[in-house]
Design a protein. Structure first.
Length: 112
């Protein structure tokens, strides 16, 4: 067998695997949606500002007159959710990201 034949044979197998992966991806989508929904509910309950309002993506929060734009919210999931939810923020004009954990968010206030 030549290297070209090996590559061709492997490409055929990978193409077949892709079809199977896509089929299962569609079948698993409703379950992944349920997991995402549960996780979002958990984040809604735990990512609260000092007034008890849920901090969401796109909001601006402030502490000590410094404003932070919320660009992402998540919690780590290794083998199971770790419960260390946080928001990822950036300050105006900065390229650096700052993680603010849920237990520190109660020092921030959402700016309307």
């Amino acid at each position: 067998m030549t290297i070209d034949e090996l590559n061709d044979n492997v490409q055929v197998i990978l193409a077949e695997m892709t079809i199977i992966k896509e089929k299962h991806k569609a079948e698993l989508a409703p379950f992944n949606d349920k997991i995402d929904s549960l996780n979002e509910s958990f984040l809604d309950e735990n990512l609260l500002d000092k007034n008890g309002e849920t901090v969401s993506v796109g909001m601006t929060i402030m502490k000590n007159k410094i404003e932070y734009k919320v660009i992402r919210r998540y919690q780590q999931c290794l083998f199971h959710f770790l419960g260390n939810c946080r928001v990822v923020c950036t300050t105006e004009g900065k390229k650096k990201y700052v993680d603010i954990y849920s237990h520190h968010l109660n020092e921030f206030e959402i700016i309307k």
